[in-house]
Design a protein around this ligand. Sequence first.
Ligand SMILES: Cc1ncc(C[n+]2csc(CCOP(=O)(O)OP(=O)(O)O)c2C)c(N)n1
Ligand SMILES: [Mg+2]
Length: 619
Amino acid sequence: MSTLRLTMAQALVRYLSLQYTEVDGQKLPLFAGVFAIFGHGNVAGMGEALYQYRETLPTLRAHNEQGMAHAAIAYAKANNRQRMMACTTSIGPGATNMVTAAALAHVNRLPVLLLPGDIFANRTPDPVLQQIECFSDPTISANDCFRPVSRYFDRISRPEQLITSLPVAMQTLVDAENCGPVTLALPQDVQAEAYDYPLSWLAERVHYPRRPPADARELQAAIAAIQQAKRPLVIAGGGILYAQATAELKSFVEAHHLPVAETQAGKGSLAWNHPNYVGSIGVTGSSAANQLAQEADLVLAMGTRLQDFTTASRTVFAHPELKLIQLNVAKFDAIKHNALSLIADAKVGLQQLSEGLSGWQANPTWLAQGQSAIAEWNAYYEQVTAAELSAPTRTGLPSDAQVLGAVKRTGQASDIVVCAAGGLPGELHKLWRTDQANGYHLEYGFSCMGYEIAGGLGVKMAQPEREVIVVVGDGSYLMLNSELATSVMLGCKLIVVVLDNRGYGCINRLQQATGSAGFNNLLEHCVAVEAGAPKIDFAAHARALGARAESVVGIGELEAALGRARESVQSYVIALDTDPFMTSAGGCWWDVAVPEVSPREQVQAAHQQYVEAKRKQPY
Ligand SMILES: Cc1ncc(C[n+]2csc(CCOP(=O)(O)OP(=O)(O)O)c2C)c(N)n1
Ligand SMILES: [Mg+2]
């Protein structure tokens, strides 16, 4: 058997550089690169290997391990999971900094290869710098934190283990059903150890996406249920985008006259002005989609996890005999909510459904009802996103909705908007008009503050020809902004709009909606000094990181600044003060547990309302 003597790290990097994928008929490397922050746990082994293969598998230095992993995850999402990245860290804090990102990828079903360095397998120098030292179990290291948030976890404690572990790791990353973060913990001594790896194992491999069709019996049951429906509603989730089934969705709903509502991850599956589009569904949904959901007798959910924001904590559907069909490639999701499962790839499943339903159409008055409801919603959009409001906000400062209106008016159909946490995701879900698939990039599975800028970087790396506009609250900006410097360093231009409402606005609203006093959320509620709350100069901060930046006042100035930002070749940050007010229309209830006893009357009243609202939940 022909072999090649390599260190474990060299074999790993060489193997990664030999993995390919096919995108639109073009063969491309599966891994676009490796984000790396070195320390003693990876600089000698992984660092040396990455240097050798830097032409085929580029190494990119970042500033924060969580941030770089967010960027890698966003890269995979913006590529509909067809291409991905790896991230390597040192042991200890470098590794644990990445755990939050692993959880984010786990929730969102996104592929990322995490390669944290690990303590010595031979244990000779124990305890090594940054070793946590578990008293009862010497096999535990900081990297065991990754186990529950990895779809596949392994510790490579002998170099030959790569030979069996890496194929499973690759299969996990590229498989639509199991897809998620893979963690390979790499003890630093083993990274540097040599082994004679078989050349046959180090061969080029192309990973083609599998598209499993539906089971015949499940398909027949779904078709029969749809044919009997009087008021069927489609919910498009992220699976439609990942399966690249937007064209199939469009022809399916056109052929059968079906209204389409969208989840956060599925938004943009259908263009906002398509005649079958009724807007977003759930807690942050449009009034149109939510009205239809209340009346629907059949819901065809496609590629969605049906999380609580989508189902309004299981209250968005009201029909007593609702039939729920779940078209999903993942069995785990397809059986949720007691659904009639249709386990298949979305693209193939939609084609099979369309064939089976040939000639069948839903009652046209149902779609017409949706169309008049969305027309009303569109009129509301014009009011709340206008540069001038008929009734100004309480503070006179622009609302988040007005800022989104300005970004949209000055934008292009190909723009990609990026966001993750705070009040903005709700306003975006309700109000953003997505023209093109993948133009709406929301991380709303983990809704992780600090994803925004780092995520924007990954999106720009995936789609360099499209303008990437990150909209971010002051809280999220302060939590993690260091990849702004990376975006400048790598020449990956972002437009970042910072909406400064001086605190955790959405949590402050939630706190008061549950009867509590405004406490520990807005800066004004937290000041311990006479000088009052600090005024943070976000533009100066961004300039210090190397970006171009300016502060503006009001929507007119914002629109002018957005014009300058589009002209810029460098990342450009625009900061403006905004009002903590949010749009009131649309949306629906969300289950947030309210204290059963409290000395505060407002909490008692909120608990009463909570008990009432919970009655609508089926169980
Ligand atoms: C890492 C992380 N910590 C805490 C939260 C809980 N959380 C959600 S939104 C939010 C406040 C966000 O503040 P900001 O970015 O200013 O947006 P705003 O609410 O003011 O719109 C908090 C604390 C979270 N989602 N992520
Ligand atoms: Mg804020």
